[in-house]
Structure formats: structure tokens, C-alpha cells
Design a protein around this ligand. Sequence first.
Ligand code: BDP
Length: 683
Amino acid sequence: DGGYAAWLSYPSLPSGRLQDQYVKWCGAVQATDEDDTVQAALREWQRGIESMLGIQAVKVREQAPTGLSVVFGTFQGGNPLIGSVFGEETVRIVGPEGFAIRTSQEQGCIAIGAVSPAGVLYGVFHLLRLIGNLEEIEGLDEVIIPVNGLRMINHWDNFDGSVERGYAGRSFFYDNNHFTNDVERIRDYARLMSSAGINAIAINNVNVHALETLFISKYLPEVASIADQFRVYGIKLFLSVNFAGPMHEGEVCTADPLDLGVRKWWQDTAAGVYAAIPDFGGFVVKADSENRPGPFTYGRDHADGANMLAEALEPFGGIVIWRCFVYNCKQDWRDRKTDRARAAYDHFKPLDGKFKDNVILQIKNGPMDFQVREPVSPLFGALERTNQVIEFQIAQEYTGQQRHVCYLVPQWKEVLEFNTYAQGAASPVKHIVDGSLWGNRHSGIAAVSNVGNDRNWTGHLLAQANLYGYGRLAWNPELTAEEIASEWISLTFGTDPDVSSVVSRILLDSLEIYESYTAPLGVGWMINPEHHYGPNVDGYEYSQWGTYHYADHQGIGVDRTVKTGTGYSAQYIGLNSERYDSLETCPDELLLFFHHVPYTHVLHSGKTVIQHIYDTHFEGAERAAELLASWSSLKGTVREDLYMQVEERLRGQASHAKEWRDQISTYFYRKSGIEDTGKRTIY
Ligand code: BDP
């Protein structure tokens, strides 16, 4: 297996009271809806039950089951048991993707009912998850509804089979400018995604190359067959499109969004897409960013660009997901007033309220680019009249590239909990992205995928926890990082409490450990240019990408204050703006993001900046080595093939963490000339 089944491996459960309970209820199953999705749920249920409990869930057809059973279906599907277990009130509140689940002693069944077949499927995955986590199932009575409407994955897969920022092999959608048509792999991927709650997937890179512009025309039949697979699992397919699409196919010689020929081209193209894929989700667009074409070329703004595409998709119910990752990647590093961090806000804040209501802005969680630590993007809170989704990166581009373990759920939680003060004292990001703060028509969460054709999907087996965790968090941001880790561990490795406590500790400590031996105090980058792996303090320092730390012999950090710096801190609202702008109140972990300080500056922790750098790097490397030691304690307990994969990665991480430690501490020792009070060897 090698990790292929991931969290759907359904490890067999220990015998005991709970197992008896499950066996008692799960011997028979009834799912009478003929719908493909409900039938897929039935297959999933039978597979899970057999694997976890070692029994067959016997399918009961028309007649009511005689003994105890599990029954699921849509409310309108006509199964009398579903009708008798759930009242009208439940049907009314369940919503398009939610489900109700109830153990009815009277009817002798555990029933799952939903409005949509996808809701039924989510309910079945839920019950399997409860069983896989040894939860009681005798007193169930809940209505469960996803908190976020859009729960999306963005693939950065290229038609040639490479994956931009992919760390788990190559694409399983494409190879060598062909579609792989790997039906089984794509189906298993859809199963995994829907079991984690994902309902939208964009299958190609936001950087759309020449041949990929043909996904919306010539290659529609192949795209449609992927959509057919996704549909069964409640997932809508999206495509990234090239803003200059009309020009690529040579029919129109401009991409000006106000040009009638261009508008017509997009309208016709959209019609063609919907003819092939009636439930097509919509377009994802990266425009005027990192050399991609966009409306700026024609003196138009991003509302013009997005609205033009929105108009084309509107008749079919499609949406445009327009990315706010727009900045100048050719800036002059000598100009200390230009600040890449400001860019998204400066571009999009003035456009608030100008987008059509089937446009959604996709905003990266931070103002820069998925660093291990950066503040939350100030655009959250600034757009009151615009649909928006947050964009996370599950792929570990800057967080160890799936060679280091870095469980990102705690980082995402922190971002979602961040209070923007946009509308009174309690305006956390999670209420902006779920649409509740401003009553948006569309809202939710998107994230860059971390999968590839590696046997275990994510390269590092423990990186599966990020993929699973992302989906679960998008479904319900109230789940804790601990709860998510614990679910994932049971579903992947089984319910042995020793395994659970060791793996859970590794996951939960990993982000802090990674942060401690890499770039310090929120300054970011310090990685090798282009591939972004491994330490290189000055790698981007004199480049045009806008990614600076400004370290010299006296101090370090980027002055983003109002008085002496770039003024970025003023993009935040009220207390946040004051807190970041002041050296006294700026939190330590973001100090160098907002301030340029001498190495001797004393942090809230009581340490100087330079001593903090030395200490965290030495401790971090030590703790990285301890991760390997803890994992080793599981040898013989965790399945051998899984054990070995992780051991190999943790070994690599332990030695790479030392390289980080040595380069960073040496660099700052030489720059500052200040001794380490810990008297460790720094060259
Ligand atoms: C950066 C990646 C780059 C992506 C870009 C994006 O380094 O490869 O194209 O983000 O989000 O993180 O468009």
C-alpha cells in the first residue's frame, strides 16, 4: 500500500465494547437512492465496515430491514425509514450540503438524511470517521452543515506533467502534454477529497501556459471526463484560464476586457465549456502578476477584467475566482519606500464594491507569500462589499517542501482566528471568509494542493495530515488542530493510544520547530532563490522580488511603520495598526516584519534579537533531531512500510536543520560580531 489509502485505509479496530456496538448496528445497510453519489457512499460504507470490523454490511433492498441497520438517503429519495426518522424541521435546516444523522432506537436504525446526494456522502464519511475514532454511535442526533460554502483545492499541475511547487512526484492528471486518463487514481483522489469535505478543485496551474489555454476548447472532452469522476463525489471542477486566452488562439488580437470581440470570445468559450460540463464551477485567474497577462496592459483595472469573465459565466451559474496576488516583481531594491507587502491592499481596496456578484477575490493568507510566519493580509477586513475566499498553501513551498514535517493546521487556525476589528470588537477572519460578517453571496477557503503521483500522494506521509486537516478545517474552522490531528492519526494508523500520542506530539510541535531554525522573527525568505529549499540568507536580498530583510552590521528588519517606513502598518484597522506600528507592542514573532532594529534590541521575551537568533536555531535543530527519536519509538508498532517512509524523512530533516542552524547563526555572528552568550561553536 505504501500510504496510498491514506486516511481511507480503515485500519481494523480493537475488540471490546465499542466494537461490539458497531457490529450490532452495522450488519445491514439500506441505501435505496439510485443516484451515483449515494451508490458511491454505499460502496464506501461497505468497504469501511468490512475493513474496520471484519464483517460484511449486507445490503437490504426494498423491504424494511428486520434487525438493526444503517440507512441513508436523500429526503426526497422515498425511503420510508428516512422519512419517518427525520421531521420537517430537520429537512428545512439541513441546507444544500449538510446532513442529519440520528440513532433511532424505535426504528432500529442509524439514519443519515440529506437534501443532496453529496450531503448523504458526507454523512456516511462522518459515521465512518466516528467509528474509526472509537466514538459512541448509539445516541447520535445531529445536523451537521459545512461552515464554508466553497472548500476548494487549487492544483498547480502543468500539462507537461510537472507540478509547480510540487513535492510529491508528478501530476496524476497530465503527462507529457496528454491527459493521463488514470481513472482509478483520479477516483481515489476524489474519494479522499470528498471524505475531507472538499467540494471544488481547479485542476491546472494558475500560471497557464500555451497548451493549457486549450483546456477550455480543444481538450474539453478530456476535462469533462475528469469532471464526471469528481461529480460522483460532490466536487465541482474549475479551470485556471489565461487572461490573454483570446489572443492565444489567434482569433482576436487583443485581450482588452472592454473590447466587444474579446467579450464575445469569452461568452462563446464559456458556452462551449458548459455544453461539455453542465455543472462546471468556473474560472480561476492570475492576472498582472509575475509576468502573467492582465487588464493593466490595456489601462483597465481588475474589476474590468474580472467582470468581463463574470459576465460570460453568469448565464450558466459559473463564478470567477480572481486572485489578489498582484504585485510588482521587478521593483527596485534600493527604493525603501516600495513594499511588496502593500501591493494586494493597494490594488484591491479601491475596487471594493465594483465586482459583479459572481466574482470572488482570492486573497493569500498573508501579504507576502506563504512564509512560515507573516501577519494576516490586511485585505481581510478591508473589503466590505466583495465576495472573498482566503488562500492557504498546503504544499510546503516555504515550510520544508514535504521533506521536513510541518503540520500547518495551527498556522491556518491562527489566521482564521485573527481579529480584524472590521466590524466591532469581534470580527475574526473566519467570519469574513465564511461570509457571515458581511452576508456575502459566495465565500469560503481555497488552498494550493500538496499532492502528486507519489504512492502516498504527499511525499512525506505526515504531510497527508495537512491535506486532511485543510479539508476538515474548511468544513468547520471550530475544530482544533489537536482534534484534527487525532482524527487523522486514528484513520491512518489505527487507534493505538501510544501511536496517537507520539504522532500527535510530532505534528503539533512541528511548525514551531520549523520556524525556530529558519528565518527569524517574521522576517521571512532567507531561502535559495527559485526552488526555495534550504538556507540562503541573502538569496533574495538584492533581487527585484521585494523580499528583503535589510540586515547589515548594526541591525535587521523591514521598517513598515508609518513615520519612518513604508506605511504598511496603516493598512490594518484600529488596534492592529497601532500594535504593529509601535516597537513596544509589536509581537516578537513579527518584530522584523514591521521594524528595523539593532541586534541588541531586547524582545518581550527578555532576550536580545541576536541571542534569540542563536538560541532558537540551536534549540530548533536539537528538537528536529528529537522528532526522529520519538518516531523511532514506534518501530514495530506502526506498519513497517509507513514507519520507514517517515523515518527516512525525519532523518533528512534532522541533518538539514543543522545546516539551517549553522548558516543562519554564522551569518549573523559575522555580521554583528556579537558573541553567543550560550558559548556554542559558531564559526
Ligand atoms: C509563489 C510561487 C509561484 C506561484 C505563485 C502564485 O513561488 O510558483 O506561481 O506563488 O501564487 O508562492 O501565483
